[in-house]
Structure formats: C-alpha cells, structure tokens
Design a protein around this ligand. Structure first.
Ligand code: FAD
Length: 399
C-alpha cells in the first residue's frame, strides 16, 4: 500500500485527506496518515467567537476520529521534521514514519519581528487554547483598555467580537503599522467595516508601528504610550517551524516555497499546503494565508496525487479569491461579486459555508464546499442554487 502522510489536521490537511478518500476504493489502495499535536480539527477562523463567549470550544472543534472514522490513521504527535532523502518524518516522541508522499500543512504561528516585549507581554491569539485563555482574562477586566496589536482580519474580527459582547466598559484600540486596516482587502469593504468599528466605539490607530510592548502599555512609533490592561498580538504570522532535511527554499516569513503544483522544489512527492506554503499567484504575489486558499489548494494536491498514481498528468492550481466575509461577533460583513453583504444575509452565508464545510469533509470531499471551488461552471451553478434554496428556506422559517 502506498503511504501518504499529511502533517497537520487544519483546513488544508483535513481537506486533503477528505479528497484523497473521495473514491471509496482509495481506502484500500492508500494508507493515509494524519499527524497533529491536537486530536481535533479546529475552525481557526472562528476562535474570536469563543473568546467573546458567543460559541463554546466544542462548537468549533471536531474530533478527527469522528470526521474521518477509520478511513485514516491518526497520530497525535508533535512533528519535528521531515527527511526527504530517507522519505520519513520524525516526531517529538522519537518516532519515525515512512512515506511515499508527504503533504506539509502545519499552518502558521506568531511573528514578533523582533519587537521588544511583544512575545513576553502580549497575549497570543493563534489557537483555540489561546482563545479560551483570553476569554477568561477578558471576563476579569472591567472599565479598562484592551490594545489589539495588528489591524488585519484576525485583529479586526477579534475587536468586533469583544465589542459586540462585552458588558463592561471596555475600550478597545486597534494599532496598525500600515496606512489602513485590512491591508489588501477591497477598499469598499474596508470602508463598511470601518463604519462598524466606529459605531462600536473601537479606536483605530493607523500608520503608527508598535516599537515596544510593556507589561501594561505599548509604545508607538510617534512616541505615544497607550496604557492598557491587556495587549493582544495579532500583528504578524510566519510559517510554523519544522526541520527539513536537506534544507529547502523558504520565504523570510518561514513559508515553504512551492511551484504551481504545490510541490517543493526537487521533490515531486512532497507538497506544502495552506498557511505554511508560499504559492506563486499569477499577479506575482504569494498566496494569502486564508482558509479558503488552504482548502482549495488541498483539493488540487489530493487530486494531483491520485492523477499521478494513475499515470495521468498533474494539473496546475489556479486561485482567484471568491468573496470575503469577516465575522464581527454576532454580525458579519462581506463582499461577494463586488456587492457588500451584511446583516442576516451575511450571517446565513457564513453559517451555510461552515455547515457545508463540515458536511463536505464527512462526505469525503463530495459537497458544496468542494463544488463551489471547482472551475467548471456546472459545479459552481449547482452549488449556488443549493445555497439560494437553503438560504431562502432559512429566511422563510425564521420569519
Ligand atoms: C482569528 C482568526 C480569524 C481568521 N479569519 C479568517 C477568515 O475569515 N477567512 C479565512 O479564509 N481565513 C481566516 N483566518 C485564517 C485561516 O484560519 C488560516 O488561513 C487557516 O487556518 C490555514 O489553514 P492551515 O491548514 O494551513 O493551518 P491551520 O488551520 O492552522 O492548521 C495547522 C495544523 O497543524 C498543527 N500543527 C502545527 N504545528 C505542528 C507540529 N509541529 N506538529 C503537529 N501538528 C502541528 C496544528 O495543531 C493545526 O491543527 C483566520 C485566522 C484566525 C486566527
């Protein structure tokens, strides 16, 4: 049996496994193993809702065993490294596992850019555990300031969630080094989100980098000092650390450089997917660190491995962003096909996407979440119709 090892059970890892299993026969042909330090698949893009007590940890965390049943082998292990020459991976328990194919999908971790005190004095916000810790801390804070370091999607959605739900008089300040929040997002959408932040009395400081973080304040580039009870770090991410032998090309932010087939240079059986990968986009930039990118790239990798096994030609991955939705606590604001959506409609879209995401994993890649990302028109139209029917039914039943 051919051995396929998937490192990481996040969006990229789990979707890759689900799509490898799309054909039931593959269970007999391939031994698919997933390695993760956690035994659950966590919806990272919803952790701010746990932090704000809108969702419980169990609502966004799904046992790998339940999702994958006995179709795969799961190893709860901390992966230390991969040896391409020996074709094996090694873990913190001093164990080694052989592979015929490896998919590195270990996600990303905080980047502190050498800013003094950032690691020591700010609260991390990159995992469900972080969100649970943060939720406890926020509950204890009253009449005080919270500083969110970083005005990207993570920081903004966290600010929105805290402001929507905090009963106490908490002031939230978001600090962004660049000239505007949500760098790279559509300006019309950014304007709408800013309106939401202003209405929720969230302070925005832009064009002002953080120079140093202290136990109860932060120092900004223009000399301003902001006193606070809690600073939360969402200002930067880098690819997760994993030792690779022999060494390979990475970006400055520790992301693994891959080609259009998501392969690591020099190895046609080694792939990187999701946040840890630096995939070349047609516009000359590298891939965004987004769940929707991770999922679609993973589908392409799974299908290519199956194509290669059948002696067929692999197909390059093409990515175009299909809408964006930002969760802001009990609300969402998003943009689909250039049109801003907010209120209940946006919430239905978000709920629909998440429900179908889990269903698609359980159905081994067959479902709306895969169809919507297919490049043929028939799949896209059928997923849109399904969405419209489900949403209409939901709206009618809630009236
Ligand atoms: C608060 C927040 C909000 C977000 N909002 C959005 C959004 O609205 N839309 C969007 O598209 N994206 C959003 N994102 C980004 C999105 O969550 C990531 O792009 C996505 O999780 C990347 O998927 P991945 O599979 O590459 O990594 P992950 O989902 O991070 O999975 C990596 C997995 O690897 C495991 N792992 C890491 N290192 C090791 C190791 N050494 N050994 C064993 N296991 C290991 C981890 O436990 C984890 O399960 C958000 C992220 C955050 C934090």
């Amino acid at each position: 049996m051919r051995k396929i090892c998937i490192l990481g059970s996040g969006y990229a890892g789990i979707f890759c496994a689900a799509n490898l299993l799309a054909d039931y026969d593959n269970k007999r042909k391939y031994e698919i193993s997933i390695f993760d330090q956690n035994s659950s698949h966590q919806l990272l893009q919803q952790i701010q809702l746990v932090c704000a007590n809108i969702k419980k940890p169990n609502d966004i965390s799904f046992s790998i065993y339940d999702l994958m049943k006995d179709d795969i082998k799961f190893y709860k292990e901390l992966v230390i490294g991969v040896n391409f020459d020996k074709q094996n991976i090694f873990t913190a328990n001093n164990k080694e596992y052989d592979f015929d194919y490896v998919i590195i999908a270990l996600g990303s971790s905080n980047a502190f850019f050498g800013i003094k005190g950032a690691k020591e004095y700010s609260q991390s916000f990159r995992s469900l555990d972080d969100a649970i810790k943060l939720q406890k801390k926020i509950q204890k804070i009253k009449d005080s300031n919270i500083v969110i370091c970083g005005g990207g999607a993570t920081g903004i959605s966290l600010a929105g969630a805290i402001s929507e739900t905090s009963k106490e008089n908490i002031n939230i300040t978001i600090i962004e080094a660049q000239s505007d929040i949500l760098p790279g997002w559509n300006p019309k959408l950014v304007k709408t989100i800013k309106k939401f932040l202003i209405n929720h009395k969230i302070n925005l400081i832009t064009n002002n980098p953080i120079i140093e973080v202290y136990p109860s304040s932060v120092l900004l580039g223009d000399g301003t000092i902001i006193e606070n009870s809690l600073s939360i770090w969402t200002a930067g991410v880098k690819g997760s650390d994993v030792q690779i032998i022999p060494s390979i090309k990475k970006t400055r932010s520790n992301r693994i450089i891959v080609n259009k087939l998501s392969q690591i240079e020099g190895y046609n059986n080694a792939f990187a997917a999701g946040d840890i990968s630096a995939f070349p986009l047609d516009n000359g930039q590298i891939s965004p660190q987004l769940a929707q990118f991770a999922v679609r790239q993973a589908i392409n990798i799974a299908k290519n491995i199956l194509r290669k096994e059948k002696g067929e030609k692999m197909v390059e991955f093409y990515y175009e962003q299909q809408g964006s939705i930002l969760s802001l606590g009990n609300r969402c604001i998003g943009m689909i096909n250039g049109i801003i959506i907010s209120g209940s409609l946006c919430q239905y879209v978000e709920d629909f996407l998440i429900d179908n995401y889990i269903k698609t994993i359980k159905n081994r890649g067959r479902g709306i979440s895969s169809l919507a990302y297919e490049q043929d028109k028939f799949s896209q139209i059928s997923s849109s119709l399904n969405f419209m029917i489900t949403t209409a039914a939901k709206i009618l039943s809630s009236n």
